[in-house]
Design a protein around this ligand. Structure first.
Ligand SMILES: Cc1ncc(COP(=O)(O)O)c(C=O)c1O
Length: 402
């Protein structure tokens, strides 16, 4: 069983902000002390640039940085560590796929398929590419339940589809998509798939080798790791198709004034000095997560979501946006007709951190007929007592305003 108080004791932020109720984990999680210490340790004891120096500090930094590829491979169930490229985050990873892999392969009359629940980061890169190439961006609808209409997926894909880009978990609705089914449907039509795992990487086993997706992306800061580091997984048979995105030091085999040659993926995507400390810190976050039973973690966060919905329903005039069958610990909701920003500001007075706004899913909210929602997103350090504190405060706010 998850022991949230024990877990909380690993996260220094809760010592520095006694009483903080942190329900904004979908935006970014907090960091355990071991990850913070690792960053400090790197800068204090291990600081050097990688891939260049012949002295001990640099050799060790290179070894430690490169070792993280293997750790990530294991974490996502990949086959080779060469499939793992480090990026600044999910956003950059998706942009890389759109601009290196897909750009040369898409033309006028082709299409890219996404769902209506995509985060802007898994929408705009494809939208802009389609605009440049006179291709079509097709949107699989989302039902009122907040679920992608699975039966429609097949109809949206055809011979001209060059990519299906789909989120594993909706950052706004909490819906867990059946990505394995979606990959199967796409592969039957020979369409490659990118899985946006930004919200799932923390607790949901990714198992890319058996999922067989062509690409998968996630961010370190949503899995207890540092900001500024993310992962792009590319299926081993496609790594030769991944061309450089940025050019510079660290990714070349030879440079002449007239032409240059480049290292293979993943090194060709890591031009310039990378985020060395952050990559090493990501390994520490993965080690921390290894000690957490994933099934128990999923049960804990989705159990908190179910409890919150139950309690919220007792408050007059509240509304939960979407009711997917499989939901993670993310709940979007409205309170009466009070603007979400006002509610969030009142909650903040009691040290309760939630998010209000469009959550980088403006088209989805427009489709659902709302401009903004409140969003509570839970992690393994959150408790039912904290939810009680929030629902008490929501009741108070609702009474005051009605
Ligand atoms: C589903 C989803 N995709 C992509 C992103 C973008 O992640 P990042 O800002 O770390 O690049 C987020 C961030 O909230 C997200 O929730």
């Amino acid at each position: 069983m998850i022991d949230p108080q024990f877990i909380k004791s690993h996260f220094p932020v809760f010592r520095h902000h006694a009483g903080l109720i942190y329900f904004d984990n979908a935006a970014t999680t907090q960091r355990p002390g071991v990850v913070i210490d690792k960053l400090n340790d790197f800068y204090s004891r291990g600081n050097a640039n990688i891939h260049r120096g012949l002295y001990g500090l640099s050799v060790n930094a290179t070894t430690n940085y490169e070792a993280v590829r293997e750790k990530v491979r294991d974490f996502i169930g990949g086959k080779t560590k060469e499939s793992v490229a480090f990026t600044r985050g999910t956003t950059e990873a998706i942009n890389v796929v759109a601009n290196t892999y897909l750009k040369p392969r898409i033309g006028a009359g082709d299409n890219v398929v996404i769902s209506a629940m995509e985060h802007h980061s898994n929408l705009i890169p494809w939208q802009q590419l389609c605009l440049q190439k006179d291709a079509e961006l097709r949107i699989i609808p989302v039902a009122d339940t907040g679920e992608v209409v699975i039966d429609a997926v097949n109809d949206y894909l055809d011979r001209k589809t060059k990519m299906l880009a789909i989120t594993h978990i909706s950052n706004t609705l909490g819906t867990v998509n059946p990505v394995d089914k979606m990959v199967d449907i796409a592969h039957r039509k020979k369409v490659p798939v990118l899985v946006d795992a930004a919200q799932s990487a923390c607790f949901y086993p990714l198992e890319v080798a058996s999922l067989d997706c062509e690409f998968l992306a996630f961010s370190g800061h949503k899995i207890f790791g540092p900001f500024g580091v993310g992962v792009l997984y590319t299926r081993p048979d496609l790594i030769e198709d991944m061309l450089p995105y940025n050019y510079g030091g660290g990714m070349i085999t030879h440079v002449g004034f007239d032409e240059s040659t480049f290292m293979p993926y993943p090194y060709n995507l890591e031009a310039g000095t990378p985020q060395i400390a952050e990559v090493i810190g990501l390994a520490e976050a993965i080690d921390y997560l290894r000690q957490v039973d994933k099934t128990e973690a999923i049960d804990h966060v989705s159990g908190l979501a179910a409890y919150f919905i139950e309690e919220l329903n007792k408050i007059g005039k509240s509304a939960v946006i979407a009711s997917p069958k499989e939901r993670t610990g993310i709940v979007s909701f409205l309170l009466d007709n009070i603007h979400p920003h006002d509610v969030a500001t009142f909650l903040a007075e009691d040290n309760i951190a939630v998010r209000a706004g469009h959550h980088c899913t403006q088209p989805l909210l427009e489709q659902m007929g709302v401009r903004a929602t409140l969003r509570a997103s839970f992690s393994i350090y959150n408790t039912r007592e904290e939810i009680d504190r929030m629902t008490d405060k929501l009741t108070e706010i609702q009474r005051f305003w009605s």
